[in-house]
Ligand binder design. Sequence first.
Ligand code: SF4
Length: 336
Amino acid sequence: MIKEALFWEKLEGKRGQCHLCAHECRIPESKFGVCGVRQNVQGVLYTMAYAQVIAANIDPIEKKPLYHFLPGSISYSVATIGCNFKCGFCQNWQISQASVRDGDAVSGRQMMPEQIVAEAKKNNCLSISYTYTEPTIFFEYAYDTARLARKAGLYNVFVTNGYMTGQALETIKPYLDAANVDLKSFRDDFYKKLCKARLQPVLDTIAAMNKLGIWLEVTTLVVPGENDSDEELGQIAEFLARIDHNIPWHISQFHPDYEFNNHIVTPIETLKRAREIGKRAGLRYVYLGNVQEGTNTNCHQCHELIVERRYMGLNKPNLKNGRCPSCGAKISGVWS
Ligand code: SF4
């Protein structure tokens, strides 16, 4: 279904400018923005995929990945089609790169926000995750759902590329409890060439989310030959450590897909090297992703095992009031 968009202004000649993400598209009448799901119809900007759910699953919160946010809980996870990035290495490209503009059907099923919240409650989820594609571009749907979810006692989670504007972030902030932001590279030319976007807005979002008190974890998909140099991994880790050394950093293994079918899988040695780089930069919690090791949480001070994770399953956190039971160090996160 279609719904008038938030965050847009009229320009001359029936054009409209969208202020939802950092592309700030200026859209002539009948045309779409970069994301392919927001259209100017007779001078008014609409979201064309409102409540049109392309994916809905009950996932462990660890799958987002969030490791320091309600571990062991399940999250009702939803997406519509579309994305404002064009990453050739996208692992969800079948739904993220679908667009109304290109004539792709807005398939899936219609689920109004009330239904999403009811399904989450019925299935004993503690949170709703807006994920798989890019929640920014289905902001109106996520926002309406998140407000209802909050009233129903549920938490809200964004899994995002971090390209939303400050205005959009301020609007969702009262209802947004946690986020995992992709920091795909520390090079603007990487973002321009491979994602058709820019680096700085992503850095700004990460800093802003931390400042606003949204629980934040960051993921970097390490693509061999593209973003796996010591220098670049070090720049990412140092940037995060400067903001807050308690931000968990997930270093994920890439698998060949979409336009990157000829690339190799990220070697485990690369991920381990990245973990060392992260630790040297001062990050307290660095995890390996898409592999079955390097997923446990240890106390940063005495190395006591705090959360043991087996692939998407775990033991209960070994914590006393959010502190290490052995040495008493505070372990950052949202634990209950
Ligand atoms: S959400 Fe971003 S990409 Fe889509 S129309 Fe708005 S500014 Fe453009």
